[in-house]
Design a protein around this ligand. Structure first.
Ligand SMILES: [Zn+2]
Length: 637
């Protein structure tokens, strides 16, 4: 006997056939200080979990659970979401460096990298140690079609690259990432990039770009960021300035940067941003230190140019200029594999100049470098901006060298910058690591700790959370993260990792929108109509900027049954909304319920569209015969 899918669904659903008021929870987290991710103050509460879902937040003192954890004195927050993740494939099953920071979800392929086959990439044989999704990378696509040479693609090649963008989005990508600073996609002209990524128009998704900073734009981050915004705007994608910082000629110009964001927003194109809590980065040794023209054609072509004395001299001189203009001089270059700053290496090589030393290191096969840029005060100002999500530009990797961010970013932010330097209140720090990045990449059921949301939860001690990793000892684990739950399952407890990987592969549907988080926005949703399968809905909900939950009336019938729906949160974007909460069936069964609402589905001739998710699975989906109204008003207007 083979069970049909609907029957299996019924059996699974039947396993939960009790009302929540009497159900035994799988897990209760007791007496923690709960920050829900919205920016509201922490409240001492209990959290009740069944399966992979948060079903109750409040006083659960009369309720029982199979397992309980007393988390008195600890902060309980939504799992941290890293939108700029460089985890290497061999560490995906055991992402120690991320779990000990409290990261539960990571989005791979930033800077345009990764595989053009993201389904394969997201399905490693050993399983996933955390939730893992991916961007589709422009650089990967460009390199696979155009190669390493500085040349113009044909119309047919542009069409092929557009096809790969669409294929990635159909596979569930969380945006189209790019790193136009990196060769060979550096050779792509602005209008070529637009023609290619424009294949994502209508997918409600983003364009996070590592901007170009090079002699051609006067070593200006602001010029590179202007291009990012221009591409997003022209291609119908939300521009995202990823690992935002101000290098070279742009150092010190934070107010100009945010004025650009305001201008773009007022033109109807909100810009997203993420930043890391360090004023230095790490990358491949040659990419951002050797002049671009010398990298044309790839590594072998570059090494051949080094062998021509006249070219070598020119490359060394230009490399020195890059260091002076962009990386605070040779002193801003640190060779982490050698554990030496470049000036020391120059001395040891016989007092040679900086550019010549870099060439020799590249020739010797050294691969990585740490680079100092801009100023510490710019970094702090960037982090202070309420738009900025925290990202770490880090990833799990079992390397013995590297940037301290790989093991330290979020505890560094929470311990040094939030607790010690009081950069911002805890509630705001939590929002920047959870709801803001979730909205930016189009997650709807993660990023908040509320009934109906997925039980990704990080629990830490606010008095002790700290990074220990340094430039000299970059792999020292952070301290203070006490408990990490991923999809309701224990992933880490007191520095012990769960034996079985508990993460899942994440796929974005095109009805989950990349959006700026609803910060200081009063929002309202009116929805009425039916789907071809008989699902019917009539709903009027409003949620003020500071309101704890939406208020209004909901009536929902699924497969003929009336569902009592208690919403926890209304999220909105331009002509898009989602409502997540708890639905109760007539027989008392209680399940997580999310409605995804499109006022005018761009990929379906502007018709309204409704998707109903029950415990994350699509229960109903289609063009809505009816009416949708979504309004968003800045608070106080
Ligand atoms: Zn980057």
């Amino acid at each position: 006997l083979v069970l049909g899918l609907p029957l299996i669904a019924l059996l699974i659903a039947g396993a939960r056939a009790e009302p929540v008021s009497s159900t035994r929870f799988d897990l209760i987290l007791r007496n923690g200080t709960v920050f829900d991710g919205s920016g509201r103050e922490g409240v001492r509460q209990d959290v009740g979990i069944i399966g992979d879902r948060i079903l109750a937040v409040g006083n659960l003192s009369g309720r029982q659970a199979t397992r309980e954890e007393d988390v008195s004195g600890l902060y309980v927050i939504p799992g941290i979401i890293n939108v700029h993740d460089h985890t290497v494939p061999e560490s995906l099953t055991r992402p120690e460096g991320l779990l000990t920071q409290g990261v539960t979800t990571a989005i791979a392929n930033p800077d345009g990298g990764g595989s053009v086959d993201i389904v394969k990439q997201l399905s490693p044989a050993g399983g996933l140690g955390l939730n893992y999704g991916a961007y589709i990378g422009f650089n990967a696509i460009w390199q696979s079609v155009v190669g390493n040479d500085d040349r113009r693609p044909s119309d047919a090649e542009i069409a092929r690259m557009r096809g790969l963008v669409t294929q990635g989005l159909e596979a569930g990508a969380f945006g189209i990432s790019s790193g136009l600073d990196y060769k060979p996609s550096f050779w792509a002209k602005t209008d070529e990039v637009i023609r290619i990524v424009e294949a994502g128009r209508g997918w409600h998704t983003g364009f996070p770009n590592h901007e170009r900073v090079y002699p051609g734009n006067g070593y200006s981050s602001l010029a590179g960021i202007t291009e990012t915004i221009e591409i997003g705007k022209a291609a119908g994608l939300m521009p995202v300035v990823t690992h935002m910082n101000l290098q070279g000629a742009s150092a010190g110009k934070v107010s100009q940067l945010f004025a650009m964001f305001d201008r773009s927003r007022s033109q109807g194109v909100p810009v997203g941003a993420d930043a890391l809590p360090y004023a230095f980065g790490t990358t491949a040794l040659d990419q951002l230190l050797i002049p671009n023209w010398a990298q044309d054609g790839g590594r072998e072509a570059m090494l051949a140019r080094f062998k021509v004395p006249a070219l070598r001299k020119r490359i060394a001189a230009e490399s020195s200029e890059i260091m002076d203009r962009r990386w605070n001089g040779p002193g801003g270059v640190y060779l982490d594999q050698l554990k030496q700053p470049l000036p020391q290496v120059m001395k040891d090589m016989g007092d040679i100049d900086a550019g010549e030393a870099v060439i020799r290191l590249v020739e010797q096969g050294l691969s990585r470098v740490i680079l100092y840029y801009g100023t510490e005060s710019d970094m702090l100002d960037i982090l202070r901006n309420p738009l900025t999500a925290l990202s770490c530009d880090c990833g799990a990797r079992n390397w013995t060298f590297g940037h301290p961010r790989q093991w330290g970013s979020y505890p560094h932010f929470l311990g040094r910058l939030v607790r010690e330097q009081k950069l911002m209140p805890w509630k705001e720090a939590v929002r920047r690591m959870t709801a803001v990045p979730a909205a930016m990449v189009g997650l709807t059921e993660r990023g908040y700790l509320m009934p109906g949301m997925i039980a990704d939860i990080t629990i830490f001690d606010p008095n002790t959370i700290s990074d220990r990793a340094t430039i000299e000892q970059p792999t020292l684990p952070s301290v203070g993260v006490r408990l990490v739950l991923i999809n309701g399952k224990l992933a880490l407890k007191d520095a012990e990792r769960a034996p079985v990987p508990v993460g899942m592969r994440m796929i974005r549907s095109r009805h989950e929108a990349s959006r700026p988080m609803d910060f200081r926005v009063d929002r309202h949703l009116d929805l009425s109509g039916r789907l071809p399968d008989g699902t019917s809905v009539a709903l009027t909900l409003g949620q003020g900027a500071d309101a704890e939950r939406p208020k209004g009336k909901v009536s929902l019938r699924l497969a003929g049954a009336p569902i009592a729906f208690t919403p926890s949160i209304l999220q909105t974007a331009d002509r898009w909304a989602s409502v997540t909460g708890i639905g109760r069936w007539p027989d008392g069964r209680v399940e997580a319920l999310t409605l995804l609402v499109e006022q005018a589905d761009p990929l379906d001739q502007g018709h309204p569209h409704l998707t109903v998710l029950i415990d994350g699975a699509v229960r109903a989906d289609g063009g809505l015969q009816g009416r949708v109204g979504i309004t968003r008003t800045p608070a106080g207007k």
